[in-house]
Design a protein around this ligand. Structure first.
Ligand code: SF4
Length: 481
C-alpha cells in the first residue's frame, strides 16, 4: 500500500535551496518542512501577474508515467504515487481535504470500488473539522472590527461577523495589490495568507447558509480577564455531509467500539443497508484484561468535596499497591487532573506526570510519554489519553478510570446534539470508556489490571447495554444471549 504522510514529514526542497541547506536531515532538524513551502506563488512577469509553480513540484501525469524529474518534491511524489496506485493509505485529514476541495482535480484517480475507514468512532470529529468554522480574536483585530458590535450567542450575528471578516480580507487584498509598494516589491506570501483566510471564512459561510438550522454557535472561549479569544460554529448533524466523504461502492468502517444503530443514525446511513459484524470474542485472553469495579462514589459536576477526596485516596492506595510498576490514570478534565495531583501522598505524587496534547511546560505529549518510559514507576495522569495512545507491555501494568468521561453538556453543540440524537450521548461516553480500557493491553501477550472508581460508569453500561460490543462481554460479566 502507498501511504500518504503530512507535509511536516518532508523537507521542502525549495526552502532548502533558498537557505542553501543541502542535507535533508539537517533541513528536517531545522524545521524547513513542506508545510512551510510556497508551492505556488503569484509573481509579476512582463507587467502581468502570473502564478508560478514550484520547480520541484511534479505533475500527477509525470508520476503516473514515471517521468518525474530526479529532484522532485518528496511530499507530492508520495501523494501522487498513492493516487495513481491501486491501493493507498491516507490519514483522515488528507483524504477529507481531497474529497471536499479537490475532488474534481483528481477525479480520474478517485474512482475506487472499496474504501476502508479505520477508527470509525472518530469520524464525526474529523468531519466537523471540515464544516463550519472558527473565528479567533486575532482575525477580528486584523480586520479592524470590534467584538462589541456582535452577539456571540446568535447565529445571524455570527454570519454577519463572517461576512464583515470576508469583506475586510477582500478589501485588504485589493488595497495591497493596488499599492505602489506592492507594485515595486510584491509580498506574495502575505497575499497568499490573506487569500487563504478569506477562502476559509467564505466557504464556512456557504456551508452554514445551506442549512442554518443545523448549526450552533458554541459559547466563546475567553482569557482570564474575560476578553474574547475564539468562537466556533459547528454542525449538529454531520450525516448530511457524509455523501461528500463516503461515496465508493463498498465501504467498510472498523472500530472496536461502535454499535450498529447509533453509528448509522449519526452517519445518516440506512440501517438495513449496513451489515454489522460484531466480533463475538476478544482475541486477547480475559485474564489479561481484568477489570475491578470499586464503585467508590458516584462523581458528577456537583459531587461533594468528601466524595472527591475519597476517590483520590483510593487512587493513592492503588498507586501504593502498584509501587513498582508504571500505570495510567484517566479522568474527565484538566482541572480534575490537578486536583488529583494535589491530594496524592508526596511519594505517589512524585511518580505522576500530567499528560495532554499541549502541556504547561511546553512539552509535547510524545515528550512526556518518552520521559514516562524511562521512569520505571512512572504514572501518566490525563483527561485526553482515553484514545490514540499505545502503552504496551511495561509502559503500563495498571490503569485507573477515576471518572466517567461524559461529553461536556454545557457546550451548546453537545446539548443540541443530545436533544436531536438521544442515543449519541451515551454512545460517546461508552466509546470513550471502552477505548480507555484498551490503552494498556495492546497485544495477546500484554496484560494490565483496570480499576474503575466512579460508580456512574455502571449507569453508562446499564443505559448503553445494547451498544456494548460482544468482545467486552467477558470482562464486564455480561451473559452472551
Ligand atoms: S512543491 Fe514541495 S518543494 Fe516545492 S514548495 Fe511545495 S513543498 Fe516545497
Amino acid at each position: 500500500m502507498k501511504p500518504v504522510k503530512g507535509k511536516q514529514n518532508f523537507p521542502c526542497l525549495k526552502i532548502m535551496q533558498s537557505e542553501k541547506v543541502n542535507n535533508a536531515r539537517r533541513a528536517m532538524r531545522w524545521g524547513l518542512t513542506c508545510d512551510k513551502g510556497q508551492c505556488q506563488e503569484k509573481i509579476k512577469k512582463n507587467g502581468k501577474e502570473i502564478t508560478e509553480i514550484c520547480q520541484f513540484k511534479p505533475t500527477i501525469k509525470q508520476v503516473k508515467e514515471n517521468q518525474q524529474e530526479e529532484h522532485s518534491c518528496h511530499y507530492y511524489l508520495q501523494k501522487y504515487e498513492a493516487l495513481v496506485s491501486k491501493h493507498s493509505l491516507w490519514n483522515y485529514h488528507a483524504y477529507f481535504q481531497i474529497m471536499k476541495f479537490n475532488k474534481k482535480l483528481f477525479e480520474d484517480y478517485l474512482d475506487r470500488k472499496v474504501s476502508i475507514f479505520d477508527e470509525a468512532h472518530k469520524i464525526e470529529d474529523q468531519i466537523i473539522q471540515f464544516v463550519g468554522f472558527d473565528i479567533f480574536s486575532g482575525q477580528i483585530e486584523e480586520c479592524n472590527l470590534s467584538t462589541e458590535r456582535y452577539d456571540f450567542s446568535d447565529l445571524d450575528s455570527m454570519i454577519k461577523l463572517a461576512d464583515d471578516i470576508a469583506y475586510s480580507y477582500a478589501k485588504k487584498i485589493k488595497d495591497i495589490k493596488e499599492s505602489s509598494a506592492y507594485q515595486k516589491n510584491p509580498d506574495y506570501e502575505l497575499i497568499t495568507k490573506l487569500e487563504r483566510r478569506y477562502d476559509r471564512v467564505a466557504q464556512g459561510k456557504i456551508d452554514i447558509l445551506a442549512n442554518k438550522d443545523n448549526f450552533v454557535v458554541n459559547e466563546p472561549t475567553r482569557d482570564n480577564n474575560g476578553n474574547f479569544r475564539a468562537v466556533s460554529l459547528k454542525p449538529i448533524d454531520v450525516s448530511e455531509f457524509s455523501n461528500l466523504f463516503f461515496n465508493t461502492e463498498f465501504q467498510m468502517f472498523m472500530s472496536a467500539t461502535i454499535d450498529h444503530k447509533s453509528f448509522c443514525e449519526n452517519m445518516g446511513f440506512e440501517e438495513d443497508e449496513v451489515a454489522f459484524i460484531d466480533t463475538p470474542k476478544s482475541p486477547f485472553p480475559v485474564e489479561n484484561r481484568s477489570i475491578e469495579f470499586l464503585n467508590v462514589k458516584r462523581l458528577s459536576y456537583n459531587s461533594s468535596e468528601s466524595d472527591e477526596i475519597e476517590v483520590i485516596h483510593t487512587i493513592d492506595r492503588i498507586l501504593s499497591e502498584h509501587s513498582q510498576e508504571r500505570g495510567l490514570i484517566l479522568t474527565s478534565s484538566i482541572s480534575r487532573c490537578h486536583k488529583i495531583l494535589r491530594y496524592l501522598s508526596p511519594n505517589n505524587a512524585k511518580r505522576v506526570r500530567i499528560c495532554h496534547s499541549t502541556n504547561k511546560d511546553g512539552k509535547t505529549q510524545d515528550e512526556i510519554i518518552d520521559e514516562h518510559s524511562k521512569d520505571p514507576t512512572g504514572v501518566l495522569l490525563s483527561s485526553s489519553l482515553w484514545e490514540g495512545v499505545d502503552l504496551k507491555d511495561d509502559l503500563s501494568r495498571f490503569q485507573i478510570i477515576a471518572k466517567a468521561p461524559y461529553p461536556n453538556y454545557t457546550e451548546k453543540r453537545i446539548k443540541a446534539k443530545m436533544k436531536k440524537f438521544p442515543l449519541w450521548y451515551n454512545s460517546q461516553t461508552l466509546t470513550k470508556i471502552l477505548q480507555g480500557f484498551g490503552r494498556s493491553i495492546r497485544s495477546e501477550n500484554d496484560w494490565a489490571k483496570t480499576y474503575v472508581l466512579d460508580s456512574a460508569v455502571n449507569n453508562v453500561f446499564f443505559m448503553a447495554q445494547p451498544m456494548i460490543p460482544k468482545a467486552y462481554y467477558d470482562v464486564l460479566g455480561i451473559e452472551n444471549l
